[in-house]
Design a protein around this ligand. Sequence first.
Ligand SMILES: [Zn+2]
Length: 393
Amino acid sequence: MIALTASRLYTPLESIEQPVVMLEGAQIVEVSSRTQRPIPEGVQRVDFGDSILAPGYVDIHVHGGAGHDVMEMDTTALPAVEQLLAKHGVTSYLPTTVTASSDHTLAALDRLATAIENAERAPGSHGRRAQPVGIHLEGPFISFERRGVHPPQDLLPPTLPVFERLWQAARGHIRMLTIAPELEGARAVIVEAARCGVCVSLGHSDAKLHEARAAVEAGARHATHTFNAMRPLGHRDPGIVAAVLTDARLSADIIADGIHLDPTIVELFLKMKGPDSAVLITDATAATGMPDGHYRLGWFEVEVKNGMCTAEGRLAGSVLTMDRAVRNVTKFAGWGLQQALRLATLNPSRVVGLSHRGKLEAGCEADIVVLSPNGEVRATFIRGVRTEAGDGR
Ligand SMILES: [Zn+2]
């Protein structure tokens, strides 16, 4: 048994002064305060001084990092990405595919399913790496007009047989599906994916308001990188963005790097979705944690210059890390750290149905991030295994 102590803890719904978190192996057995309960005799104490303890971050949109893409065939790729995530406080994540040829996609889904199953089976050997807990399928059911950098030749109209093939290749590990609801055939796929327990997310879409609302009726529950790769908000053509901002049944995520959205739009979004429904993602590519240069995203190349990731002049994912996204929310919208943390912990866990993550309470996984008072990562615990912080980029 280990007792972690620090100056404050966010569950994140509650704030606890002088906290004690008792860990037994990979699990949290108790969360309390030293002011109420002394640390039992014989328990090893690890004190983090003036630090803040929070749930490990959950990133539901990750393409890569540390020079590697999650769709790569190389078996060293995923561990490299996961070590980088851990250094930035991420303890679980959804490896995210981009549109690629059918063969490449099916092979990547099979490999990712194996990685998810191996990590689940052997927590100890997974060690100091963020855990893949499901797949986010970002293509191929997306809009040609709003495809961003997804290769147009590989986009597919949504059909049940194609969804079924993808589902089988992933052995049921798809947790999130980004889909453009205006495409012919989308409704049937939304209904079926929701029935399978997948979080259906609206994105890469040119949908008009009524098309987005119809998708919510069919079972869509979330929106992917709101504003980016979406029909823009117009005051006489409200479109999908207005549905996302006003419909309380939809949670929604944003890339809060200060590049994908103006900081004031981040503030606007947070005012509309509030602390219950807003989610932070990174949309991180292989270039994350690396110097400027050329990197791959799925099966195409992106260029990174001054922190901006592009392909053929269009934004192509980011080099954002989750710890920076959380700090940006405190800067851009003036939110306190406790509230900002919800967007990277409890909210994404709920969105994709992870029941024992994203919060600090007895019975949950011992996934914990140790933060400085300003939100810099000092250490990360993944199922009870400690790893040290990165460079804070
Ligand atoms: Zn993406």
